[in-house]
Design a protein around this ligand. Structure first.
Ligand code: FEO
Ligand code: CA
Ligand code: CA
Length: 688
């Protein structure tokens, strides 16, 4: 429906769920995390409030010292639209549009297909059940087996990463975040899954490595069943644990008294491609797979479990019925072996994947890498939970350029030893200016400064009362102790290769401002934050190993027609509505691409692009939408094609394998299948 000024009236339909996600997605993806109490009940105050209370007690002199750090950084961020136009507008030249955004924005919609701007093609690269390994049988929905699934593309692909592998040829790595058994099996009984269904679920989790090639004639990206490089990693694949907590007593189990060998990876959400050609993948909502944490009575163990959202009886998928390691009452440490960043080397198909304890244990969204000026490697990390934190890791050793075996072996150890930090953000406007409505403060910006607080480095802990092992294994509790800033669900955190600033998607937090919960702050300014926001920061002196930074909110998402949204100061009548930013990526111009998870405006999820500097900073345009019930994730932005993961298509309330509510991608009466899709325009670069 359009209004008289031509705008689409939002929301399109009342969303199925307060956050726009169906209840099925909530249950299977994150174990209904949002309907439970947010596990951060620490009394950790927002540092802006702490600073202001210091100011009021000790006078402005002290505050001046704190905020002086900000000055330099904020100046660095102040590349305003008017001061630094991208191009045009000077010397009488006519202004031109922003680079890479030459397409007509896709309008919010509820179509059951991928909708792109005119002139763009799209095709499925690979779907759930398509062959990955030699000998994989053709997908047969009604006759699935665990043995077949272990050779086929897994379910609900999230992150997608490409490692170049020759001309028009890549190793494509996909995370299979979770399974939705009610959509996978007709007549499924959640109370009583069969052993084969459970084992299909194990095989449908993990990662896939698939060789993909571009067909020059059609432009399509096609998967190959490559005997040497294709790979499936599942819940039963062996991982090596490395870093300072490897071998820790917290990680030892009956099956692995060494604490160094783990079978499987769980709920792999987002990730990143490293400069040395490996893939990092975040183990996110791992807690939901473990049963009977509620029966643990030891207070220390209980506190640790509760902080990670483990408090229940039977698990959703009942895996504990077929493997006692998923029963916390029987195998208390198994759960500590999940919640890590894992590294997979697709270029060495025989290599064992690794769980990196040096990057801490939490609900890792993903990890992205920046090589700092001094050669050290910095990993940016988000803990995707309401009121949880943003982290970074700085390696002890330096990156070694080149792809020789010795350089790669060296670089693959960079995430094994370093320093883990958590972020503390401070606003620069008075607390009284934040009433939870999202109204801009009088200085015109949600902005301020911040610092990185060291938690541990190698075997040394910086947190009182915590050993280094405790910091790494129970990172959330250590971060609570040092006063980290409670954020509105930090998802992807990624450095921009063009301007060096770092961008974080903060998806939403409907609990902000609720009784007993932290209220609005400059960095999380809306109560009941349904639509999320996008944060930008610049490390001091542009040095990614710096311990201080300055920050701004780039976007406060939602319907641009409402007063509580902000688009980098850009004219809001010109931008696309956006809700629930999740994954981020960059194109060659440094434009920020954002995919969404759970559109609380009632539209299908989508992919958006926004310039981050120059006169068009904040000019957000929607590039595509995915089919009904699906989430857009894992965007890969290449010069001449885009890949998106179309995760959980048709996952709508009331949908099941017995009652599919979409038939994407195959149409007719086919069951919906999660897939990777490619989008391109013949003979053109994206957005040009
Ligand atoms: Fe799996 Fe944070 O989304
Ligand atoms: Ca401000
Ligand atoms: Ca995500």
């Amino acid at each position: 429906m359009t209004t008289t000024d031509g705008r689409i009236s939002l929301p399109l339909l009342p969303p199925d769920h307060p956050l726009g996600r169906s209840s099925i997605t909530c249950e299977y993806r994150c174990g209904n995390a949002c309907s439970h109490e947010a596990p951060n009940t620490s009394d950790n105050a927002y540092f802006g409030d702490v600073v202001r209370s210091i100011v009021s007690r000790r006078g402005m002199l002290k505050a001046g010292a704190v905020l002086a750090v900000a000055g330099a950084g904020v100046a660095g961020l102040a590349g305003s639209a008017a001061a630094h136009p991208d191009h045009g507008g000077h010397g009488g030249r006519p202004p031109r549009g922003p680079k890479g955004l030459d397409f007509t924005a896709v309008a919010p919609n509820r179509e059951d297909r991928i909708v792109t701007p005119e002139g763009y093609h799209n095709s499925v690269v690979i779907r759930w059940g398509d062959p990955v390994l030699p000998g994989a049988p053709a997908f047969d929905f009604d006759n699935q087996t665990a043995a077949a699934q272990a050779k086929q593309f897994g379910f609900n692909n999230d992150f997608c990463g490409l490692v170049p592998f020759g001309h028009d040829r890549w190793l494509m790595v996909s995370n299979h975040e979770y399974t939705t058994e009610s959509a996978m099996f007709k007549g499924f009984s959640q109370a009583n899954p069969t052993e084969e269904q459970v084992k299909i679920g194990w095989a449908a989790h993990g990662l896939s490595v698939v060789v993909v090639e571009r067909d020059r004639r059609s432009g399509k990206l096609l998967p190959k069943v490559d005997r040497r490089y294709n790979r499936r990693i599942t819940v039963t694949s062996e991982f090596e644990v490395d870093g300072p907590a490897a071998g820790s007593a917290f990680l030892r189990t009956t099956a692995d008294p060494s604490g160094r060998k783990v079978f499987g990876t769980l709920n792999n959400c987002a990730g990143g491609v490293t400069p040395w050609g490996t893939i990092l993948s975040g183990e996110e909502n791992f807690n939901q797979y473990f049963a009977n944490a509620g029966s643990v009575t030891d207070p220390v163990a209980k506190t640790r479990l509760t902080r990670y959202g483990l408090a229940g009886a039977a698990s959703t998928r009942k895996w504990e019925n077929f493997d006692p390691r998923f029963d916390v009452a029987k195998e208390p440490n198994e759960v500590n072996r999940f919640g890590w960043i894992v590294e997979v080397d697709p270029l060495e198909p025989g290599s064992k994947p690794v769980k990196h304890t040096a990057l801490g244990r939490f609900k890792h969204e993903g990890a992205t890498i920046q090589i700092a000026r001094n050669g050290k490697v910095v990993a940016y990390l988000g803990d995707d939970e309401r009121f949880d934190y943003v982290y970074k890791y700085v390696s002890k050793e330096r990156y070694r350029p080149g792809d020789s075996p010795s350089a790669r072996a060296h670089n693959k150890k960079l995430l094994s030893d370093g320093t883990l930090y958590v972020a503390q953000f401070t606003g620069d406007s008075p607390a009284t200016e934040f009433d939870g409505t999202g109204k801009l403060p009088t200085d015109g910006e949600f902005d301020g400064t911040g610092k990185w607080i060291a938690l541990a480095s190698g075997n040394k802990s910086f947190v009182d009362g915590f050993t280094a092992e405790e910091v790494y294994v129970f990172t959330r509790l250590a971060a609570d102790k040092v006063g980290a800033t409670k954020m509105d669900r930090p998802e992807d955190v990624q450095p921009n290769p063009v301007n060096g600033r770092v961008y974080a998607a903060l998806t939403n937090n409907t609990d902000r401002g609720k009784p007993g919960k932290e209220g609005p702050t400059e960095i999380n300014p809306r109560n009941g934050n349904k639509h999320g926001h996008v944060l930008e920061w610049e490390e001091s002196r542009g040095d990614h190993t710096a311990l201080t930074f300055s920050w701004k909110l780039l976007l406060v998402c939602g319907d641009p027609a409402t007063a509580d949204t902000y688009f980098g100061g850009y004219d809001k009548t010109q931008v696309s509505p956006i809700s629930c930013p999740d994954n981020v990526a960059f194109d060659r111009h440094g434009n920020l691409w954002i995919s969404t998870d759970g559109n609380a405006l009632g539209s299908n999820d989508g992919l958006f692009v926004v310039p981050v500097s120059g006169r068009y900073r904040g000019y957000l345009k929607q590039f595509l939408t995915v089919p009904l019930g699906a989430e857009t994730c894992g965007p890969v932005i290449e010069d001449d094609f885009i890949l998106v993961s179309v995760q959980h298509p048709g996952e709508l309330d009331g949908a099941s394998a017995d009652n599919p509510l979409t038939h994407w991608p195959d149409g007719g009466t086919a069951q919906p299948r999660p897939a990777v899709a490619a989008i391109w325009k013949s003979g053109c670069r994206i957005g040009e």
